[in-house]
Ligand binder design. Structure first.
Ligand code: DC
Length: 243
């Protein structure tokens, strides 16, 4: 049984419990999306993947040739921010929502290595962050939302009732990301994935604009040695305590 099926066969969460807002932050490839999605399925919450939004902007930048020799044309990007429309929609029959850029489903495209290799350049731009944070705050306004990213508990939803900060060893994260890329039929080496994960960690934690930080009131979840089910149980217990 895969994780999606597991979460669907779980006993429904008691519906008398008030819905809360949950922020999940952490390093690249430490299983944030997997946990956030299963938790959302179990609770009947809405899941919002903020990394996908920065990936959509990066795809726009690449498609519109705003990166020359590894340098981003920040001015051109800022001038075109109004032309970038990002939304999440569920294709018919799907369980999870896909990312749409200007009306086109780009879910698969934004997960490729080319996007991963350039997204830190784009996500460090102040104007991009301001725009994405405003959009995320609008999406996170309702209760029953699980939002996942790097600055959710600190900047986007500082009043979230539950904040989880996820981490895992570098080896575990690299192996997970490598397997994920391979499972999509894309060619990549372990070394390339390791370089990308390390470089994104460095840039995410050192950028000037809302760097990746653990919120003071976040609960740390190191999942290096935890199964999917153990992580889900841990999170469900936290939700019960914070509802
Ligand atoms: O979660 P992810 O790997 O799909 O995120 C892609 C990139 O976007 C990541 O390298 C950092 C950036 N990001 C960010 O700066 N702030 C967020 N809230 C989410 C992602």
């Amino acid at each position: 049984m895969d994780l999606k099926q597991q979460s669907q066969t779980l006993a429904p969460f008691p519906n008398k419990v008030a819905k809360i807002t949950i922020a999940i932050d952490g390093y690249s490839s430490c299983g944030k999306s997997t946990l956030a999605k299963t938790l959302a399925h179990s609770l009947g919450y809405q899941y919002i993947d903020t990394g996908a939004m920065y990936r959509c902007v990066t795809l726009y930048v690449i498609d519109n040739k705003m990166i020359y020799h590894g340098e981003l044309d920040v001015k051109a990007l800022v001038n075109h921010l109004d032309d970038i429309d990002i939304s999440f929609r569920k294709p018919e029959g799907a369980i999870d929502a896909d990312a749409f850029l200007n009306g086109v489903n780009v879910e698969e495209k934004i997960r490729g290595m080319n996007i991963s290799n350039h997204v830190s350049l784009v996500s460090a731009v102040k104007e991009v962050r301001l725009r994405m944070v405003a959009l995320q705050q609008k999406m996170g306004h309702a209760c029953g939302v699980i939002m996942e990213g790097r600055d959710i508990g600190t900047v986007v939803l500082p009043n979230a009732e539950l904040k989880i900060f996820m981490t895992a060893s570098l080896e575990v994260r690299v192996r997970r990301r490598f397997n994920e890329i391979k499972s999509k039929g894309q060619e990549v080496s372990l070394e390339e994935v390791k370089e990308n994960v390390l470089s994104r960690d460095y840039k995410d934690t050192h950028r000037e604009e809302s760097p990746l930080l653990q919120a003071n009131d976040a609960v740390v979840l190191d999942n290096s040695n935890l199964s999917h089910q153990e992580q889900l149980d841990f999170a469900l217990k936290l939700v019960e305590e914070h509802s």
